[in-house]
Structure formats: structure tokens, C-alpha cells
Write a protein that binds this ligand. Structure first.
Ligand SMILES: [Zn+2]
Length: 86
């Protein structure tokens, strides 16, 4: 079993306006997100424990927080729906 971390290039949409950015994410061998950085100009990482999230530098902190809260609510709803299915 490899103990090396995996560097993975991903693309993610801005959580506010869905503009696409390139991201370099670092995962541990067991798939945990360790670190991530935006490799396209004009974007920034929105801190999240489980996956890389990105937003344009041009959005205000309030707007990004707002979108982040909406994103979390959407995710919570999606996982609830999945649980109800089985
Ligand atoms: Zn944006």
C-alpha cells in the first residue's frame, strides 16, 4: 500500500457564480483532503473540510459566506434524501 499523498488537478465552479477554476488538491492515501490551491488567476479557496470549494476574488466575503451556507444546506438535503430512499 502506498503512503504517498495524491496531488490531483480538478476543476470546480465558483460557489457564487459557477465560473470554472482549476484547482490542485492534495489527498492523503485514505482519500482525505489535506490541502488545495487555486491554480487559475482570480480565484480563492473557500475553506471546507471535505472537498475543495472555490470562489472568485471579486465576490465580497458576505456573498461567499452566503453561497457557502446555501451549498451546505443543499448538501444536507441531498444526503437526507439519500437516506430516505433505502
Ligand atoms: Zn464567482
Amino acid at each position: 500500500m502506498s503512503s504517498k499523498n495524491n496531488n490531483i488537478a480538478e476543476t470546480h465552479g465558483c460557489i457564487v457564480c459557477a465560473k470554472v477554476f482549476s484547482i490542485l488538491a492534495v489527498y492523503s492515501p485514505d482519500g482525505k483532503l489535506l490541502d488545495c490551491a487555486v491554480t487559475s488567476p482570480g480565484g480563492q479557496i473557500v475553506p471546507d473540510k471535505s472537498q475543495p470549494l472555490v470562489a472568485c476574488d471579486s465576490h465580497t466575503a458576505e456573498k461567499i459566506e452566503d453561497a457557502y451556507n446555501r451549498w451546505q444546506a443543499r448538501k444536507a438535503r441531498a444526503s437526507t434524501m439519500k437516506e430516505e430512499k433505502h
